[in-house]
Design a protein around this ligand. Sequence first.
Ligand SMILES: Cc1cc2nc3c(=O)[nH]c(=O)nc-3n(C[C@H](O)[C@H](O)[C@H](O)COP(=O)(O)O)c2cc1C
Length: 169
Amino acid sequence: MNNTVLVYATRWGATTETAMEIIRVIKEKFNIDVDLINLKDKKTRNPDISNYDNIILGVSVARFRWAKEGKNFLKKKRNTLAEKKLFVFVSSGGAGDAFKANDIEKYEQLQKKWIDNTLEKFNLQFTSRKALGGRYVGNFADRGDNRDWKVIRSWAEEIGFIISEKESS
Ligand SMILES: Cc1cc2nc3c(=O)[nH]c(=O)nc-3n(C[C@H](O)[C@H](O)[C@H](O)COP(=O)(O)O)c2cc1C
């Protein structure tokens, strides 16, 4: 078992791809392995996270809500999570649209709405967080994929710096 785990809840797979890229960058730049847990998988719906120091949580935002498995995870694990370093990202097409349009005010507003306010409800604090874009599908597919891989990679590096400092101290 590693010291860091990335736990995620996706609807259509964009969060999975973003998660994989974060893990890849942390391995490449810091030589740190990160475990991966899919909350939609029946076997890992209620994962034991007690032995990890660092938790990266990635959740899909659609239809104006977090994927329910993400919310359930916060609800069930709030006491354990309060003792960890918590990194949170959301796959949010809305935040991605605002970022792409350079509407930073709107972007910050959505980031606060989808991350800060959600964590606040569970009395949790984050070490770092980022609203990342997403990939629209179905009726919204023409809105495309607004993930910015540079932003994703640089946030992964930020996580890597923080967790590697801890590992070597
Ligand atoms: C039906 C539908 C509803 C969506 N609703 C929202 C929304 O309310 N807010 C938002 O920021 N993005 C919304 N999006 C964009 C999603 O955030 C984007 O598709 C994201 O990548 C989904 O992550 P997933 O593929 O991991 O489930 C919506 C997308 C779809 C297809």
